[in-house]
Design a binder for this molecule. Sequence first.
Ligand code: OGA
Ligand code: MN
Length: 287
Amino acid sequence: MAKLVITKLADALGAEVSGADLSKPIPKDELEQIFAAWKAHLVLRFRGTELSDPQLLAVSRYFGEIDPPGPNSYGKPFLEDFPDINVISNIKSGDQHIGGLGDGEAVWHADMTYIDTPPKASFLHALEIPEFGGNTSWGNMCLAYDTLPSHLKQEIKGRKAIHDGTYNSAGMIRKGMKDVTDPREAPGAHHPLVAKHPESGLPTLFLGRRRNSYILGMDLEASNQLLDALWEHAGSPEFTFTQVWQLHDLILWDNRCTLHRRDSFDPKARRLMHRTQIKGSSVIPFE
Ligand code: OGA
Ligand code: MN
């Protein structure tokens, strides 16, 4: 039996995995335990795991093929030697940003759902953290769907929404995108509002992000009202786990059935995360 210990972090989702040495190849029995814990808890935290960039890539590859970062606002990869790694940071070197997302709030979202095949998983590895703020929360969207009032379940049955690709979660316009004010014209993928998780088969609310979202085939106003009701429910604290970062934490999440957001932090403080994501498949409607 593997020697790993799995401890729940919140009722809704999240678990800590202790006893793993991620700097070395992971033994098969431990890997099986990690996969099972990930399936059950959706967000996994490994503490005190200082990883080099090649080690972060090696750990990520156990979960599938690396999905390179989407285009950032600065037009070139943040790490020239490791273009498959993204950098999330407010730090500047001279007048150059060394990473994305800045120091402000990042609103609730799932990663890159504006493409047809959004990543299935993302990893964040904390290399520098501020003393206060910059906490990250995740929400369990299978639970959000399960507990959705039945009239809302009825209203979204069989419906799809546009997942806007114009803005990132920090409200910055993505490279090459034009400002969009009418969500019906937002560029981006169309995904079912209730998706079937490819591994568990469970239904999950699949919202992406609120800004410029639009439910296809509805009046704009009716779509906005329904989306507001869904988002109000999805953001309820009982579905969430909040991470107060420690140096060298590694967090891995299931991007298919969770949302996440980040608190702002002191612009004078430094926060540095290296990040990978894993290729996903097209979003299957739950019928
Ligand atoms: C991300 C993200 C939040 C954070 O990397 O996808 O949303 O805590 N990051 O920096
Ligand atoms: Mn994100």
